[in-house]
Every structure is written in structure tokens, then in C-alpha cells.
Design a protein around this ligand. Structure first.
Ligand SMILES: *Cc1c(COP(=O)(O)O)cnc(C)c1O
Length: 412
């Protein structure tokens, strides 16, 4: 899929400071070594089976299939992973690799906190020291996730430089790494960043697609016509797509965050429309949402996990080659799809995952009951009750929060 320097077509690469050169040589060697060692993958599969409910089910959502009167809709249930999302696949895989390299400490940066919680969970399980960098602004906004990271034994460092959000946390994590690389691994959370991260994270996530391919063949007797996944950095999408990349009849659809609508500029849409442009940042080349001077733009999505300026170089290449089609879902469409999925099936997708549902629902009626489509449900929504209740503008929830606030205020 990639050449030696980690390029996918013109995208990707490894733009790293000279001091990290040796660390990347070592990481590449450890990764290639693990990849060539079938015992490593077996150990990974066993770990995910005993710690994270794998293989995750493929659910035939019959009520929704009837509702749209088109394709049979199947949902790949990554929400049933430990910690509630596909992020577990990546962090547990990197955990095994860290142990293999003999390192004792992991660091990560996180915006919404989901990758921080997953990394802290992995560190607890493997007995690693763990430091999570998070913009001070995000620490305030994402208190429930910060709470869990700390309870899981991680040190959360609020970053006070710049805009005090994800980009600043990323800079701080790199600053840590250049002084600590001998015993520390930087756990990147998605299929982005310098080589070998995109390829390595895609490898761990490929477990989704290989399971899904086997499952749909067993229950439906043939491959699906279309596979849908939401795209933030692109790891859950790459995970499920890899099961079908070599099947030209299976159409692959990535769904980006349309936020308030493309025309408002308040979105995180890189490959649909023409708001993004090619650039090099954060160690790799891809399509970034940036202004004419190369300054990264502010992005917006109701789903924190999709709210990102870049996108996987692997997906950008597949987009350029026409293998993956891209679409966007707006915040409003996402809330409607979430509502329908809960009411019809008793399934609560994460706000991120609901983007994939939006596009699948728009297209299900174009197909017949002889066709199957798969929606990759990257995570579950019930853990995000603060965000989702807020996004629905639920009045009794607001009242509940006000009363809790008053209770705590009275304690002071
Ligand atoms: C983090 C996250 C995403 C976005 O990340 P990708 O790398 O694009 O998969 C999507 N869904 C959920 C539930 C997440 O937690």
C-alpha cells in the first residue's frame, strides 16, 4: 500500500525533527518485525477477544431496513468494544508494540478526550506510566473524560500555550517526546501523522474489516454493495474499508462532518467540496483545512471526534484514485439520524458514527432487498450523555444540570 518512505501516491511521508530520527528508525523496525511475526497478530487477536469483546457483532437492523424499503442494512458494532469505540483496537495494538520495544511510558494528546481515555486504559492494563496532553480549554469542556483518565492513573497536563486546544496539545506532546524517547512511546490516535503511524494504525484497525467481510458473507451469502463510515482522522473508516478494498464492486463511502453546513465555513470537511488544500503539517502531507498562508482554520462539528483539520493520507490517496467516495452530514442531519436509530432499533450511535448513518439512510432506498449495506458504528453514544443531551437541547437535562450545580454551590 505504501512505498518505503511512507507515501500513498503523493500523500503521507514522515516530516519529523532530526532528533527523532533514531526513534522512528527503531519504531519502524519494531513495527515491521511485529508485522512479519504471526505470533504477534495472534496475541493481538487473543487480547482483543478477552479484553474487548471481539469479534464485535454485525447486527441486521431489520426495522430500519423495512423503514427505508431498500437495501438490507447491517451495522458493525464497534460500540461494543471496551471503552465504547474502535479506538481500543489501535491503543491495545500499540500497547503490545510498546511492550515489545521494552518502553515503559506512553504519552498522547487528545482533544475531546476519547483517545486519552483509551490510552489511559491501555497504560493501566500494561502497567505503563501515562501522560496525556490536553489543551486547557478542552480540559474544562471535557471534564468527564478527564475524570476517567485521572482515575485510570494517567497524569493529565493542561496545555496553556496558543489557543489551548488540540494543536497546542500536539506540540506539547512532541516536546515531551524529543526529551523522553528512550523510554517513551507517543501513541497517535488515528491514521495520520508521520510514517509509520498511518500504516500501523490502519493495520490494527483492519481487524474491523476482516471480521465484517467474514460476517456478511456468512449471514448474507455475498458481499455488501456499499460500506459507510464516518471520517475524522480516518481510522474506523480505514479499518472497515480494508476488508473490501480489493472488491471493486463494493462501493466505499466516507462521511465527513458538515457541521453547520459547508456554505457557513463552520465544518470539518476536507475531501468533499473544495475548502481544503494540500499541505504539510503535523508530520505528514495531506489535504488540510487551512487559509492561504497555511494557517490552520477553526473547524466545527457537533461530533468532537470528527473535528479535525487533516485527514489520513491513505484516504486522500484513495479519494484521488476514486476508490472511496466522500459525502458530508450536517449537525442537524446527524441529530435526526441518531433519533431515528434509537427509536427504531434501540441502538445509540456516537455522534461521530451517526454521520455514517445519515448517508446510508439517504441512499438505502436506491438499492433493493437483494443488496446489503454495512454501516460501521465506530462508537456508542450513551457514554457521551453530556454532549448528546446538550445537542438535543433537552430541557429536563438542563434543569438537572442546574440543580446539580446549585447543590455543589451550596456545599462550598
Ligand atoms: C475518535 C472517534 C472517531 C473519529 O476517528 P477516526 O480516526 O476517523 O475513526 C469516530 N467515531 C468515534 C466514536 C470516535 O471516538
Amino acid at each position: 500500500m505504501t512505498d518505503k518512505k511512507g507515501y500513498y501516491g503523493q500523500w503521507g511521508g514522515a516530516f519529523i525533527p532530526e532528533v527523532l530520527h533514531e526513534t522512528f528508525v527503531q519504531l519502524n523496525a519494531a513495527y515491521n518485525d511485529a508485522r512479519a511475526d504471526s505470533a504477534f497478530w495472534k496475541e493481538y487477536i487473543a487480547l482483543m477477544g478477552s479484553y474487548s469483546c471481539r469479534p464485535t457483532p454485525l447486527t441486521h437492523v431489520e426495522n430500519l431496513s423495512r423503514h427505508f424499503n431498500g437495501a438490507q442494512i447491517f451495522v458493525k458494532r464497534e460500540d461494543l468494544n471496551h471503552t465504547g469505540a474502535h479506538k481500543a483496537n489501535n491503543v491495545m495494538g500499540q500497547g503490545l508494540l510498546v511492550r515489545r520495544m521494552g518502553k515503559k511510558r506512553v504519552i498522547a494528546e487528545t482533544g475531546a478526550g476519547q483517545h486519552g481515555v483509551a490510552t489511559a486504559t491501555m497504560a493501566a492494563r500494561f502497567g505503563f506510566e501515562c501522560t496525556i496532553y490536553m489543551g486547557e480549554e478542552d480540559v474544562m469542556r471535557q471534564r468527564p473524560n478527564v475524570f476517567w483518565m485521572e482515575k485510570l492513573g494517567a497524569t493529565v497536563v493542561p496545555v496553556t500555550s496558543g489557543a489551548r486546544t488540540l494543536k497546542d496539545a500536539m506540540n506539547e506532546a512532541f516536546r515531551d517526546w524529543v526529551t523522553s524517547m528512550d523510554d517513551t512511546h507517543y501513541v497517535i490516535g488515528t491514521v495520520c501523522g508521520p510514517h509509520p503511524f498511518p500504516e500501523m494504525v490502519a493495520w490494527f484497525q483492519s481487524i474491523i474489516g476482516s471480521e465484517a467481510r467474514k460476517q456478511i458473507t456468512e449471514v448474507f451469502g455475498k458481499l455488501p454493495s456499499r460500506v459507510y463510515a464516518c471520517v475524522g482522522g480516518g481510522s474506523n473508516a480505514m479499518g472497515v474499508f480494508q476488508g473490501f478494498l480489493d472488491d471493486p464492486d463494493v462501493e466505499l463511502i466516507g462521511v465527513e462532518a458538515g457541521g453547520k453546513g459547508l456554505e457557513t465555513g463552520r465544518h470539518a470537511t476536507r475531501l468533499t467540496g473544495d475548502d481544503a488544500s494540500a499541505g504539510v503539517a503535523q508530520g505528514y502531507k495531506t489535504m488540510f483545512l487551512q487559509d492561504d498562508d497555511g494557517q490552520m482554520r477553526d473547524t466545527h462539528s457537533v461530533a468532537a471526534g470528527l473535528d479535525y483539520i487533516g485527514v489520513s493520507p491513505i484516504l486522500t490517496d484513495l479519494w484521488e484514485k476514486g476508490r472511496v467516495r466522500f459525502a458530508t452530514a450536517t449537525d442537524d442531519e446527524v441529530m435526526n439520524a441518531l433519533d431515528l436509530t434509537m427509536k427504531k432499533e434501540g441502538i445509540i450511535p456516537a455522534l461521530e458514527s451517526a454521520h455514517a448513518f445519515v448517508q446510508a439512510y439517504k441512499e438505502a432506498g436506491e438499492l433493493t432487498p437483494d443488496d446489503a449495506i454495512i454501516i460501521n458504528m465506530s462508537g456508542r453514544g450513551d457514554k457521551d450523555i453530556f454532549t448528546i443531551a446538550h445537542a438535543f437541547g433537552d430541557p429536563s437535562w438542563k434543569e438537572f444540570i442546574r440543580e446539580k450545580g446549585a447543590e455543589y454551590a451550596a456545599e462550598k
